[in-house]
Design a binder for this molecule. Structure first.
Ligand code: NAG
Ligand code: NAG
Ligand code: NAG
Ligand code: NAG
Length: 343
């Protein structure tokens, strides 16, 4: 009995020594399984580059786009931008807990953002821009307090910006542009104390611009909230953000510019296409292209009249073109034969 156990143990030891000897370092079968699942779920055979993927004799640290930390088998980066990935992410990706960078931009990844990414507590860089994701932003991501870059731009992400956004304490770059976000911007966005770049343009955000944006984001350099349905007023504190270079609030439904003392010092400022009521500070028109509307609500009678006038004008134009065309055909029919002879 004991002899048999010793034999089995010896065999195991030999097997371990053999695999180690062959590959230099031992690869973790759990990690390999997760990567294999990832590859299959996202149409690996169709990728542009897939050097060594699924090849067991070459460790996964050498698979295209996978990076391990030096001299270990711990995966710390996956970079597969613009590589033909398509399909839905497996939630098991979240078990690559040591990942610091996950970049899968410009692919055709569908469906849900895996909430399990919240397990990658050392994650610094997450880029899913330009895919086909259509879920909400998982509120679980709030625990990613090492995150510096969150780029989810150009997807079909819906729902509200989660309150937990305020917990991304280290965030420097936030891009949620060109999605289908609704609801208002949570005030605790003001907790992003080191953020330098915010772009949430081209969504359907409503409500007021939170005053916290101007009061607390002292490192902010770029704020683009254009092409939404934001209303209310432009918070005066935005003028006090010391490094602000670019402020785009155009194409919204904002009614009031509270104060305009320093906005004209911004290198770029755009307030055009809003619903400001008159009068406006003169500099707002000059420097930020703000335009005010004397009648904020159109008079129904006038609108009906305008539509009627357009219809009449169109009908007249059509009749004129038709008679002109008939005339032209009549004139041309006389000379058609000559024209053809010329060729
Ligand atoms: C990794 O291993 C190489 C040689 O085996 C060694 O020179 C290097 O210092 C190691 N790097 C780290 C980070 O341990
Ligand atoms: C995300 O990836 C795209 C495609 O590679 C790149 O153009 C973009 O700059 C990246 N975003 C950030 C914030 O690095
Ligand atoms: C914000 O994103 C939109 C849409 O992707 C883009 O057109 C715009 O240039 C971006 N704004 C800034 C300031 O980068
Ligand atoms: C974020 O800000 C809100 C107020 O805007 C505050 O109540 C909350 O405690 C802050 N959260 C964190 C994590 O700092």
């Amino acid at each position: 009995m004991a002899g048999r156990i010793v034999a089995v143990l010896a065999f195991c030891l030999l097997a371990i020594v053999f695999t180690r000897g062959q590959q230099g370092i031992e690869f973790d079968s759990g990690t390999r399984g997760i990567l294999e699942e990832f590859y299959i779920a996202l149409d690996g055979p169709g990728w542009n580059q897939r050097t060594h993927w699924l090849n067991h004799t070459v460790g996964y640290c050498n698979w295209y786009g996978v990076t391990c930390s030096p001299n270990t088998t711990t995966v710390v980066e996956i970079n597969l931008d613009n590589n033909g990935l398509n399909g839905q992410m497996k939630f098991s990706i979240g078990n690559l807990k040591e990942l610091t960078r996950l970049s899968l931009a410009e692919n055709d990844i569908l469906g849900r953002l895996p909430p399990t990414i919240s397990r990658m507590t050392g994650l610094k860089y997450l880029n899913f821009s330009n895919n086909l994701l259509d879920s909400v932003i998982p509120p679980e991501y709030g625990v990613l307090d090492q995150l510096e870059v969150l780029d989810l731009g150009q997807n079909f992400i819906q729902g509200e910006i989660p309150q937990t956004i305020g917990e991304y304490g280290g965030l420097i770059y936030l891009d949620l542009a060109e999605n289908r976000l609704t609801g208002s911007i949570p005030g605790n966005i003001g907790n992003l104390s080191v953020v330098q770049f915010i772009n949430i343009s081209y969504n359907s955000l409503t409500g007021w611009i939170p005053t916290e944006l101007g009061e607390r984001l002292h490192r902010l350099e770029v704020l683009d909230l254009s092409h939404n349905k934001l209303n209310g007023m432009i918070p005066e504190h935005l003028q006090e953000v010391p490094h602000l270079k670019r402020l785009d609030l155009s194409h919204n439904e904002i009614k009031v510019i509270q104060e305009f003392d320093k906005f004209d010092e911004l290198p770029y400022c755009n307030f055009e296409h809003n619903e400001f009521s008159c009068p406006l500070p003169e500099k707002a028109e000059e420097h930020c292209k703000a335009v005010c509307h004397r009648h904020s609500t159109p008079v129904p009678g006038a609108a009906v009249g305008a539509v009627f006038a357009v219809v009449v004008a169109l009908a007249a134009a059509i009749a004129f073109v038709a008679s002109f065309e008939k005339q032209r055909i009549r004139e041309e029919s006389g000379v058609t034969q000559e024209d053809e002879d010329d060729f």
